[in-house]
Each structure stands twice: as structure tokens, then as C-alpha cells.
Ligand binder design. Structure first.
Ligand code: FAD
Length: 438
């Protein structure tokens, strides 16, 4: 009999690949007409791609880097050389050397010390069992900032930092979730850094190729545009109902974000996958395309940070030797406002901001916008955001198999939660659970 996998993101595709390698029959159901989930490529010029979803990786992402090289893909360093542009206060943007923002170093030092303190208090393998978990999980990050962060510059910079790192509005997440995310991802220094950190490189040609290459090996074991609607367990098997019919399986791996898992009808019902405060995340990515990376000639890196939005940060994502690509991130509370505008209004606001930030650049020759906030097939971008009470309520059963149903997806990984690395590790864990029961 077959093992059914729900979701062809990196978690589901990894689980399927591992099980197939053990000689186990698999079938993968994917709601979209493409694989890759939260990795997705946009063609910015013929044969040149940029990442509309996940892009960056670092040396501690060991499963991801091993997979990339197994698939014959290469990585390219993220380009950060040159000066940065910051628009944090009224008046013209300022240019600085390196990535350090023009705010008080004392304020930034105090903020990072406070964040390190919260991170150190978390048990990354079981955040709900951290000392003081209930109190940390009861408070929103907004409340924590009000209580703990004194310096005006730190209060100004913090929401931008959180938006860039977690695509989170501080109102939406608990202090426990923020601390867990930092701990799980390898700590603040690693998560925040380009060189030597989590943003060190990108997949040459786009991260979407990982899913496409895994899918090609699975061939007709993959069923696209087939949403799984219900999963019912009998004594001898488990029956999945999809848009295409019903399927009998020996076991199932549900490899989708918690909010989408809760939309499936289960018999018998497992404990809820998401708590009442879990939010789908707040990320909209914009790619501005130029004939070449024109900003480099002026000594600029393309990195910018703005308090006034809509692009809270920009980064040079140009394909090596190709067109110039500035990727803009609209995240956190700004993404909620921006996502509600018409496409024309969004574009006008982005172009007006880019003229202010980079006055010597011509208007771009290409514009791409990917709204993950309003995408019904993701509901977790960059990853699901756990609000007050959610970790304590759902954490203990997040990875516990429910009869023949096993759970994967980056939100079930306590290592590198929310990242491609976490998705791959979760897929491997779920496959090992099933292999171990045979
Ligand atoms: C804008 C953005 C930027 C990011 N940046 C980075 C980054 O730089 N580095 C990094 O490491 N990570 C980043 N991430 C996070 C990363 O993309 C995810 O952690 C990872 O891709 C999640 O993989 P997954 O397999 O767990 O879930 P998903 O990729 O969400 O896959 C789940 C799949 O299940 C399908 N599905 C859902 N419901 C059903 C159903 N009922 N039936 C069948 N199929 C279903 C979905 O269509 C989807 O294809 C980013 C994400 C976004 C959105």
C-alpha cells in the first residue's frame, strides 16, 4: 500500500523522496498547479530568475546545502558590497558605509542584548516547556517593547528589524514565539547577517528549482491541482478525499502550514494544529528589474531600510552577469496596508519610494509583485506567526502522529522553524517515523 503526502512544498517533496528511496510507494497531492509551495520563481528576463518566495541560505542550513549540491544546483553569494541607504526619519534618505543603520549604537546594543536575553530563556526543542513559558506566551511583542525597550531609536528600528527577519507585525506574535524563532534559527547574529549568516547566498537560478528537480524524480507519483479535503482513518487504512476522488493509503504525511491543516476534515479529529491567535504572516515581495545592477556603479549595494514604506527594505538580488534586480520587502503591519491597495496604487507607491531612495536610477524595465499575505495556498509567510497562548496550546502535539497521520512542514520543525532548512528537516523526520513503523 501507498503512503500519501499532502503538499508538494520542500517538506512534502523531501518526505516523498526519502520514502521512495526506501522502496515505499508514494503519492503526493498538491493543491496548486505547480510544486515548491513557498519557494517560487519569477522570470525577470528571458532565462533569468528571481525568488518571489524563499531565497536566502547560510552555512548552518546543512540539509538544504547538501540537497542543493545533490541536485546539481549551485549557490551565488548575496551581493552586499557598497553603501546602504536609510530613510528612517523625516527628510532625505541618508547614505552610510556598510549595513549598520544610522541610529544610536547604544540603542541598538541595548535592543540586541534584550533580544539575546529572551532567546536564551527559550528551550528551542520544546518552547512550551521553557521556564516561564506561560508568561512569555501570554505577552505580545508590542507589549514587551512597551515594557522593556527604552531608547527611542530602538523603538523606531525594532519593527523594521522584526518585519525583515520574521515578516511579523509585533501585535501578532507572542514573546515566546519571537524568542523561539531566534533560538531555532541559530540566534540573532546568524539570522541577521548576510556574510557568515542566514542570508549569505541564494540558489543560482532560483530556489524554485529545488522543488522542480525533486518533483521530476517523483514523476507521475505527483498529482497537481488536487486539494486534499478530508482524511478518515479506518481500522486497516486511511482514506483521503481529494478534488479528484478517494484514495486508500497506509499512512499520510500532512506537510502544509497549520492553518491549512485545520481546513482539512479529519476523522477522528486531531488536536487543533493552530491556536486561536495563529496568523498567516505578512509578506509581499516586489522585484524591480533594471538593464543591469546600475546602483553598483555609484558605490551602492542596493541595500536600503525605510520606516515609511511600502518597501521596508531592498536588497540586490541580481542574477550573476544578468539584469539588475532590486528585491523589495513589504512586511508586518505595512504589508496589511499595502495588500489592501489596488495593484496600480501599489506600483505607484513603490516607484515613488524607489525614486526617493535611489534618485539616479531610471524607472525599472520590469516590475513583479508577489502577495503571499492573500495567497489561499500558503497562510504562513514567511511562516505561520504564533500569537499569545498558541505555543502553550498547540506545541505539545504539533509533531505527535495522530494514528496513521504524520505531520511535516517548516512549522513542525524546532530546528530552523520557518525556513527552507526547517521544511526539509521536518520532511526527513516524518519519513523516518513512517519507515520506523514498518
Ligand atoms: C516571501 C517569502 C520569503 C521567504 N524567505 C525565505 C528565505 O530567504 N530563506 C528561507 O530559508 N526561507 C524563506 N521563506 C520560508 C520558506 O519558503 C518556507 O519555510 C518553506 O518553503 C516551507 O516549506 P513547506 O514545505 O513547509 O511548506 P509550503 O512551501 O507552504 O508547502 C506546502 C504545500 O502544500 C500545498 N497545500 C496546502 N494545502 C493543501 C491541501 N489541502 N491539499 C494539497 N496540497 C495543499 C500548498 O499549495 C504548498 O505547495 C520565505 C517565505 C516567503 C513566503
Amino acid at each position: 500500500m501507498t503512503v500519501a503526502i499532502v503538499g508538494a512544498g520542500l517538506a512534502g517533496l523531501t518526505a516523498a523522496t526519502e520514502l521512495a528511496a526506501l522502496g515505499i510507494d508514494v503519492v503526493v497531492f498538491e493543491a496548486r498547479d505547480r510544486v515548491g509551495g513557498r519557494t517560487h520563481g519569477v522570470e525577470v528576463a528571458p532565462g533569468q530568475w528571481a525568488d518571489a518566495g524563499a531565497a536566502y541560505l547560510g552555512s548552518r542550513h546543512t540539509e538544504l546545502t547538501a540537497l542543493i549540491s545533490r541536485l546539481g544546483l549551485a549557490t551565488t553569494p548575496t551581493s552586499t558590497e557598497g553603501q546602504s541607504r536609510f530613510s528612517l526619519r523625516d527628510g532625505d534618505p541618508v547614505t552610510t558605509d556598510g549595513r549598520f543603520p544610522p541610529v544610536s549604537a547604544v540603542a541598538l546594543g541595548e535592543l540586541f542584548d534584550l533580544l539575546d536575553e529572551v532567546t536564551a530563556a527559550i528551550r528551542p526543542d520544546a518552547p512550551w516547556e521553557s521556564a516561564n513559558a506561560a508568561a512569555l506566551d501570554a505577552e505580545t511583542v508590542t507589549e514587551w517593547v512597551e515594557r522593556s525597550v527604552r531608547h527611542a531609536d530602538a523603538r523606531l528600528f525594532f519593527p523594521l528589524f522584526l518585519g525583515e527577519m520574521m515578516a511579523a507585525d509585533p501585535d501578532d506574535i507572542s514573546v515566546l514565539h519571537m524568542g523561539f524563532y531566534l533560538a531555532s534559527g541559530g540566534g540573532l547574529q546568524f539570522l541577521n547577517a548576510f556574510e557568515g549568516g542566514a542570508q549569505e547566498s541564494r540558489v543560482d537560478g532560483g530556489a524554485h528549482q529545488i522543488g522542480e528537480l525533486l518533483a521530476a524524480k517523483l514523476g507521475d507519483r505527483l498529482r497537481l491541482s488536487e486539494t486534499v479535503r478530508s482524511i478518515a482513518e479506518t481500522d486497516a487504512s486511511v482514506v483521503l478525499t481529494t478534488d479528484g476522488g478517494t484514495w486508500d493509503a497506509e499512512a499520510v504525511v500532512v506537510a502544509i502550514p497549520p492553518l491549512l491543516a485545520d481546513a482539512i476534515e479529519f476523522h477522528p479529529a486531531p488536536p487543533a494544529r493552530s491556536g486561536s491567535g495563529v496568523a498567516p504572516g505578512c509578506a509581499i515581495k516586489v522585484q524591480l528589474v533594471y538593464p543591469s545592477p546600475l546602483w553598483r556603479a555609484e558605490g551602492l549595494s542596493g541595500w536600503s531600510v525605510s520606516a515609511d514604506g511600502p518597501l521596508l527594505s531592498t536588497v540586490d538580488d541580481s542574477p550573476p552577469g544578468g539584469v539588475g534586480v532590486l528585491t523589495g520587502f513589504v512586511t508586518g503591519a505595512e504589508a496589511k496596508r499595502f495588500g489592501a491597495l489596488t495593484a496600480d496604487r501599489q506600483r505607484a507607491r513603490v516607484l515613488a519610494q524607489t525614486r526617493r531612495l535611489f534618485p539616479s536610477l531610471p524607472d525599472p524595465i520590469g516590475y513583479h509583485r508577489t502577495d503571499w499575505l492573500n495567497d489561499p495556498h500558503s497562510r504562513g509567510c514567511y511562516a505561520a506567526l504564533f500569537g499569545p497562548g498558541d505555543w502553550v496550546a498547540t506545541g505539545p502535539t504539533l509533531t505527535t502522529p495522530h494514528g496513521r497521520v504524520h505531520w511535516a512542514g517548516t512549522e513542525t520543525s524546532t530546528e530552523f522553524f520557518g525556513l527552507m532548512e526547517g521544511a526539509i528537516r521536518s520532511g526527513r523526520r516524518a519519513a523516518a517515523e513512517i519507515a520506523g513503523t514498518r
